[in-house]
Design a protein around this ligand. Sequence first.
Ligand code: FMN
Length: 329
Amino acid sequence: MNDAPGPELTAEERELLLRAAIRAPSMHNTQPWRFAFRDRTVEVYRDIDRELAAEDPDGRLAMLGVGAAVLNLRVAAATLALSTTTVLLPDPGRPTLTVRLTLGTGGGEGTELAGLFPSIPSRRTNRHPYAERAIAPAVRAELAQAAAAEGARLYWANEDQVRWLQHLAGDADRFEEQDLHRIVERGAWVGGDRDRDGVPSASLGPRPAELSSPVRDLAVDPADRARSTARFEDHPQLAVLATAEDGPRSWLVAGQALQRVLLVATRNGLAASLLNQLVEHQPFRELLYAPSAGPTAPQAVLRLGHGRAVAATPRRPAEAFVLRDNETP
Ligand SMILES: Cc1cc2nc3c(=O)[nH]c(=O)nc-3n(C[C@H](O)[C@H](O)[C@H](O)COP(=O)(O)O)c2cc1C
């Protein structure tokens, strides 16, 4: 929806949009995005310097994170009763410019998105064991609907598929442990006390007691690897988020869908974590599942359920993300 251009955004509106955007999840909390506010547009850029060359050579995970930040911007705009026109990859000549959002005055994407705003600060990745309690069918349907609203598909795994996914995740863990480049790179982002970016030791959750587990153990540091263990739920509730096609545009679609699913989950009191080692390596990605119809490009594997409260991960100061007029990313 694009309508009357309206006056320039106020400082308060910009601030609200920016603070919402940077609460988005990103792989290893790299926060690989920058924002330029010009008149009534927000341009969203990839921050190539913060991308993971070894773990994410194609920039796919970074683009999912950018998509998640864009969804947060749309939710924040909706709460300000601003409409948004979102153009993905608006300028082929500027590959780091990923999304251009134009803000109008016409009421926004409605109460549906605005209702997710309170969940932005309370959403977090929860790597602790979850209760053995099934997610209500109506909530499962609502989560699938959230993905569909963004042009993606959420496939809930049945019991056999859950076992298969867990088994595959264990194999993927062992596969990537052999890759020194990945491990060294991960060590720079995961572990320790952190007050700006990365995954602090305190957010790793307990070490899974079993080889085949529904959480990804990101620990690299010897002290983190020796942390105490816990038994995770016997019946994890896993879902695969997929898009019809693959490539940068689809990654941005998937990121927005992922974040919409996560915010709807948060609003319903659910915890979530990701088992993305399954989609990071092509051989595993291909083995993931083969639906006979519908979107077939898996972009994320989610674990959802009822979990204990966990602390938020840090973000850099909001100003660090703003591109000044004379800056070119
Ligand atoms: C594309 C993407 C992939 C991710 N993959 C994983 C993963 O495989 N395992 C995991 O534990 N967390 C994963 N995360 C979660 C990030 O580590 C998390 O978002 C980040 O540390 C910030 O913390 P927060 O989500 O609590 O705000 C992923 C996040 C994104 C956006």
